[in-house]
Design a protein around this ligand. Structure first.
Ligand code: FAD
Length: 425
């Protein structure tokens, strides 16, 4: 059998894999990335958060994204807008508590992921497309992966360390039995790309739009505009929400759900549905450990929460950013406590996002979103989180988030001024 021996094997060339590859190349390691698909390939997850710009820059990937933006219609983004019946509000990411970038992009993932992967390759990472990892053994002195390419040619890779960046493929969690159930109910996302024909007087393309379904507030829609007059459009709800729409085919289901929500229907009255509709069911996932002796899980291969605050790519890039310097120390012979130096810090921010996601579906954070006033300092703190700055421990809203959000929601619901919230939380 052919055996390859790079320093590091990365499974998957999505954002977490490409960022980790680029960072490890900066340290000079031999990096092999195995990607089972061919790029450009479709992926969901098109709205970035400003925090991700910090990680892209650190990985040496930001210039490539900026240069590619005009060609691929990447849309400048500076905030998030929310719609619920007659209520409309927005968060301006440049007006936030945490220092750092306040703008980012809305991107089609096919070209975006390709740009990142090509840049990682330009830095010297070897990327093999159409190669699938089928089995792993992490019990020996070095880890070992079995790989097969599209011609059925099988070979092995014995790196010094393995990074699983396989996203929803969840290669190591499945093969090593690391999966643990998510405590979120099973939700289903139904989505496509549309020609949106938004009226510029009615909607600012520089923002993602999150719309609450007025009759069913646990259901919500996203609109993520691109720069070419198109947008990503989808709905998320628990599986039983869909029963009222009967047995419609996906292409008919999404317009039917839109038609059941009058305010958003009005905004999208001229939209053209011209692309097949897709779905993902039961996307939330977790693992009981993000690391082992010779491996670590990055991005979605570890934990995935929920799409509502567009945190996925940011968490994926944060995981690469945290992991790379530790791996460098490890490969230099130093000792690394992966639990306290990688898993715990990464999960700290994920836990903050989780508090917001739970409060969103419970309804309390929806009330905060529509009540909090621009002059309130607490709005700037919430805005930091919505901009992705979940790891900023100086933000009071990032500590004890569950309790603080509950208090803030009570204040908002009572109709009291949100500016009192911080002191009482
Ligand atoms: P991925 O981008 O999934 O990349 C993993 C790669 O690994 C893939 O290319 C795959 O082909 C490859 N792979 C898998 N198995 C193997 C194997 N056995 N061998 C070799 N290669 C393999 N995130 C956001 O930031 N913003 C959003 O607006 C957003 N919206 C979302 C909406 C929905 C409905 C869902 C479900 C998710 C959304 N996300 C969003 C999350 C986002 O899609 C992911 O968090 C992000 O893609 C994770 O990046 P990654 O690098 O971990 O994995």
């Amino acid at each position: 059998t052919t055996v390859l021996t790079p320093d590091v094997l990365i499974i998957g060339a999505g954002p977490s894999g490409a960022a980790a590859a680029s960072l490890l190349r900066q340290y000079g390691y031999q990096v092999l990335v195995l990607e089972r698909q061919h790029f450009p390939r479709f992926s969901i997850g098109e709205s970035l958060l400003p925090q991700s710009m910090v990680f892209l820059e650190e990985a040496g990937l930001l210039d490539a994204v900026e240069q590619a933006a005009p060609e691929f219609g990447f849309q400048f983004k500076n905030g998030a807008a929310f719609l619920r019946g007659n209520e409309r509000t927005h968060f301006d990411f440049t007006d936030k508590f945490t220092a750092g970038p306040g703008t980012t992009w809305q991107i089609k993932r096919a070209p975006f992921d390709h740009v990142l992967a090509k840049q990682a390759a330009a830095y010297g990472a070897e990327i093999r497309y159409g190669h699938t990892v089928t089995a792993v053994d992490v019990d020996g002195e070095t880890p070992c992966a079995d790989v097969v390419d599209e011609d059925g040619f099988a070979y092995q890779v014995r790196p010094r360390f393995m990074l699983d960046a396989s996203g929803f493929g969840r290669v190591l969690p499945k093969l090593l039995d690391l999966e643990s159930p998510s405590n979120f109910p099973i939700r289903r996302a139904v989505f496509t790309h549309i020609a949106d024909h938004f009226d510029p007087a009615e909607f600012d393309r520089n923002k993602i739009l999150i719309s609450v379904h007025q009759q069913h507030p646990q259901a919500w829609f996203w609109n993520i505009p691109f720069a070419d007059g198109r947008c990503s459009f989808g709905v998320v709800a628990e599986t039983d929400f869909y029963a009222q729409f009967g047995d419609l085919a996906l292409d008919d289901l999404l317009p039917a759900i839109l038609a059941s929500e009058p305010s958003l229907s009005k905004l999208l009255s001229r939209a053209e549905f011209d692309t097949p509709v897709r779905e993902i069911v039961g996307y939330s996932a977790n693992v009981n450990s993000l690391t082992g002796r010779h491996f670590a899980l990055l991005g979605n291969a570890g934990e995935f929460l929920d799409p509502v605050f567009s945190s996925g790519v940011t968490i994926a890039l944060k995981s690469a950013s945290l992991c790379a310097p530790l791996l460098h120390r490890f490969l230099q012979g130093g000792s690394v406590d992966w639990q306290t130096e990688y898993e715990q810090p990464l999960r700290r921010g994920i836990k903050v996002f989780r508090a917001y996601v739970e409060a969103w579906y419970e309804g309390s954070f929806q009330d905060v979103v529509f009540a909090v006033e621009p002059q309130d300092e607490v709005k700037r703190m919430v805005c930091s989180l919505l901009a992705g700055y979940a790891w900023d421990e100086s933000n009071p809203m990032n500590n004890n988030s569950v309790k603080r959000l509950a208090t803030l929601a009570e204040i908002c619901r009572d109709g009291r001024a949100a500016r009192d919230a911080l002191g009482q939380a």
